[in-house]
Design a protein around this ligand. Structure first.
Ligand code: ADP
Ligand code: ZN
Ligand code: MG
Length: 491
């Protein structure tokens, strides 16, 4: 609907207010209330039983692992875990919900009052409140396309019925689409570290609904919100919010009123469409689930969960920056996943210089992997190889040029670093007089640069080191070369 982009002046008159509702599937091996496999990608309608189909007389039994995962997530998100929470039935009719209701939690969720700190535009951190985390079960899937008769029929796959979910509802504390993006990125990272979900958006294990309204700056009262559904990546959530904010401002600026409604994101068109208005909103007729007793999280259970909680990303980054002298940016990349951070730390502890390990992983290896579209786990160079390479560099036994050449071979032949190093045994010139001879040649050939150096431009030393290294085909001993270049230039 935003026909033309609104001017920045008009946009600036309004403040967006955003709250996010995130569903994550919990990584239990069986479903929330029955022993069916909780598995993505099985043949349709094979992981089902009378309980998850809601056949008459079938009774649910709560999966203890799901409670453990919900508890871990709650703690990781700084929530207070309720000692006694209540399951409730959320009633609605939909073909992919054969029971006619979803087991969820309503007024007494398992956890409340949490928060996540997210970075903002000015670099400071901002605390986004988490209203609640509650447990519920997933519904099945309606398949509207992909069949020969999809034009006239919808197919059902009920495998997903009863998959355990945690729904995490934020406070309306988010003020920009970028903050929403950061919140989701941090949330996903925390959940991945905690190991409770694989957060795979393509497979639907993480889904997000975005609520957004705008209000004139300075006004305390929130505007009327729209809820945007059907958004399957964090980038699209940001785009959908940007679109929606502008649409709402335009409605208000042209004298209209924003309707409370649910809207669908259309990624192909980059816009949202109205799906249903508030008048058509569901009345879920929540009531306590009669087939399940209150969920009691004992003090012992909570203590045990706290002990299982890993070091979380933000704390880990702070510690790694201090321990290995990393920049904030590098620490961020190295902690992108818990597995990668674990591997880095093991290598950093084994190597002579953690800094070199970080540099190798981030630049030389990271760059090559990225260019080939490979994941860290697919690297031909093992962490032991990284440690060996870092130590050789640190002890000046190879030059960085030689390292590059060795790594090229590793990637060409899909071989680990130690094997390639043993075979290629790169030569190194450690004879000072041979290196001095090469330096003399370079100095003689570059009088202008010598003059600049002697006029005080000390960084020119790097130029001479580079030229000699090139002339030596990367074989000059780097430490010796550095020392001799300075000596010669100072003469
Ligand atoms: P509903 O009853 O429509 O589900 P809730 O109060 O439960 O609304 O809130 C759902 C989500 O919408 C929460 O994440 C909350 O932070 C957010 N939210 C609530 N009011 C607003 C508003 N006026 N503008 C933007 N987001 C809002
Ligand atoms: Zn089942
Ligand atoms: Mg609500």
């Amino acid at each position: 609907m935003p026909a033309a982009a609104l001017s920045p002046e008009i946009m600036a008159k309004y403040e967006p207010v955003i709250g996010l509702e995130v569903h994550v599937q919990l990584l239990t091996s069986t479903k929330a209330f029955c022993s069916c496999a909780n598995q993505f990608g099985s043949a349709p309608n094979t992981n089902i039983c009378p309980v998850c189909l809601g056949l008459p007389g079938a009774l649910p039994v709560l999966n203890a692992k799901a409670v453990e995962y919900a508890t871990l997530a709650s703690l990781a998100l700084n929530c207070q875990v309720r000692e006694r929470s209540i399951f409730a039935r959320k009633n609605y009719f939909y073909p992919d919900l054969p029971k006619g209701y979803q087991i969820s939690q309503f007024d007494k969720p398992i956890a409340e009052h949490g928060w996540i700190d997210v970075p903002t535009a000015d670099g400071s951190m901002k605390r986004i409140g988490i209203t609640r985390l509650h447990m519920e079960e997933d519904a099945g899937k309606s398949i509207h396309d992909g069949f020969a008769d999809s034009a006239t029929r919808t197919y059902l796959d009920l495998n997903r019925c009863g998959t355990p979910l945690a729904e995490i509802v934020s406070e309306p504390d988010i003020r920009t689409p970028d903050e929403a993006f950061e919140y989701l990125t941090r949330l996903k990272e925390i959940l991945l570290y905690t190991g409770v979900s694989d957060c795979n958006m393509e497979e639907g294990s993480l889904r997000c609904d975005a609520n957004v309204s705008v209000r004139p700056r300075g006004q305390e009262k929130f505007g009327t919100k729209a809820e945007v559904k059907n958004v399957n990546s964090f980038r699209f959530i940001r785009a959908a919010l940007e679109y929606e904010i502008e649409r709402q401002i335009e409605v208000i600026e042209s004298g209209g009123r924003v309707m409370q409604e649910t809207r669908l994101w259309n990624a192909a068109e980059g816009r949202t469409y109205s799906m249903r208005s508030k008048e058509q909103a569901h009345d879920y007729r929540y009531f306590p689930e009669p087939d399940l007793p209150p969920l009691v999280v004992s003090a012992e259970f909570l203590e045990a969960a706290k002990k299982k909680l890993p070091e979380l990303p933000e704390a880990r980054r702070a510690r790694m920056i201090a321990e290995y002298e990393l920049t904030a940016k590098d620490a961020h990349t190295l902690t992108a996943s818990r597995e990668f951070a674990d591997r880095f730390e093991a290598a950093a502890k084994a190597a002579k210089s953690p800094r070199r390990v970080a540099n190798l992983l981030l630049s030389e290896l990271g760059g090559r992997l990225k260019a080939l579209g490979l994941e860290q786990e697919q690297s031909p160079v093992s962490m032991a190889g990284v440690v060996m390479a870092a130590d050789l560099l640190e002890e000046d036994k190879i030059s960085s040029k030689q390292l590059k050449q060795l790594l090229d071979v590793c990637f060409e032949k899909s071989e680990d670093f130690p094997a390639v190093f043993e075979r290629e045994k790169p030569q190194q010139i450690t004879d000072a007089s041979a290196i001095e001879k090469m330096i003399d040649d370079v100095i003689a050939a570059n009088p202008k640069q010598v003059e600049q150096y002697r006029a005080g431009k000390k960084t020119m030393a790097g130029f001479f080191v580079g030229q000699v290294m090139k002339a030596s085909k990367g074989q000059a001993n780097p430490a010796l070369l550095n020392e001799l270049v300075t000596k010669k230039l100072e003469d």
